[in-house]
Design a protein around this ligand. Sequence first.
Ligand code: ATP
Length: 506
Amino acid sequence: MSDDKLQNVVSLAKRRGFVFQSSEIYGGLKSAYDYGPLGVELKRNISNAWWKAIVHAREDVVGLDAAIFMHPKVWKASGHLAEFSDPLVDCLNCGGRFRADKAPKASPGAEVTFQAGGRKDGEERSGTVQERGYVCPICGCPDLSKERQFNLMFRTSIGPVDPLDKAIREIAKSSLSAQEIRKLIDEALAPSSIYLRPETAQAIFVQYQNVQQSLGMKVPFGIAQIGKAFRNEIITEKFIFRTCEFEQMELEYFVEPGTEAEWLEHWANARMAWWKSFANDPSKFRLRPHGVDELAHYASACYDIEYEYPWGWDELEGIASRTDYDLSKHSQESGAKLHYFDQQKEDPETKKPGYRYTPYVIEPSAGLTRGLLVYLLDAYAEEKGVDADGKDKTRKVLKLHPRLSPIKVAILPLVKKDGLPEYAEKISKEFFDAGVNSRFDEQQSIGKRYAKHDEIGTPFCVTIDHKTLEDETVTIRDRDSTEQRRIPSVAVVDFVKGALVAGDSE
Ligand code: ATP
């Protein structure tokens, strides 16, 4: 099933209202997705669980919700303007455009075959793999353009003046070369240029001093943020795994220099345990330390939390030890003193009381939308069984952790008459009053309703039948085992609430 698993999850996500392609009626935008009625609940449940574990359950972490637009100097200081790029390559055979670092490896000098133009019916050709040691991921051809660094930040303009107005007038009067025109346009755009943030982290560094001082935070402490990030990815791929607009859950945890190695271990283990605590199959998560050659220029050590997706192991979260790189760079560029002063501590150099230093940072940086895909893949199951007439049938079920399930309980009157809907509505109201997300559902046969709620991951179905009217009991059906038991209707809210708390593994 695993080859088709992504496809099955994509189609369930659309059919049942989890994730839709952006602007689908206009042909869709592959690089962005919309979260439908159930997707928005699932996404919120994941981000609320993260916030609870990272912020509410700890004294040493506080939150931030910063603007997406930031002063352009932020991106100069952080290195994003100069460094936040991927190596872009064009295939000279099929015209495909791809990332060199993600291309399939091949031994330099090896002869490989490919189809002309990348067409299935194209003539077979052969070529020699160049020194760079990879081929086109689309057609396998080794004839490729040079690598060019492609900056992933989206640039836009701020302010009510059209920045290109003057440049266009000058170009119209001139006989400038293409290069000169580009220079003129770049110069015209520069004063009003602003970038969509490619990560949420930089706002945390920039607000370090305000947060530390306003709350009197003592190192070690952290600032957490959940929000949108934007990257002009060369290739968007695998549904919501890699998109141009996505959401991150990031923590910057400030520590005393010299303690970063132990804090890196702490956060790597804590984050692994968190992801696994909501998963059916924890063996599909692994912690992979980065090799020295993989480390970003600012990092002294890094782990990736990886998930075994249908296409293999790939990243879900990065946990980097970023030294004092970010705070130092922003101090230099802005002139602000992004330090920490510990009155109690002796300065290791002067041996006098009072130690001023730039904190080191441990950064657990997780993808929220990528995490949503991981939990959909983890939860999706197809189970073989037989129906009431003894015929083979396949049950599709989303075995989401009850805390992540969009709807916690479905309230189902067996038939639409005899006072059963009225009784069911009364139970629905009790769930509303108790703050449990429930859905009253009276359409279609009871079997179809069970199947629908299995597919959207509702952990419990409460059925109201004629016996309910006689003895005030209801049946409660468990999504995973499909077992049903009768319990007094007055006990049903507490039963479901108890199961939700029992599923609370933090
Ligand atoms: P990748 O190697 O997959 O490009 P990255 O190393 O560039 O990811 P980070 O900059 O470490 O990613 O971002 C932290 C997290 O944000 C990633 O682990 C991932 O979950 C998420 N993320 C990054 N880029 C995207 C994207 N384009 N679409 C969806 N999620 C993303």
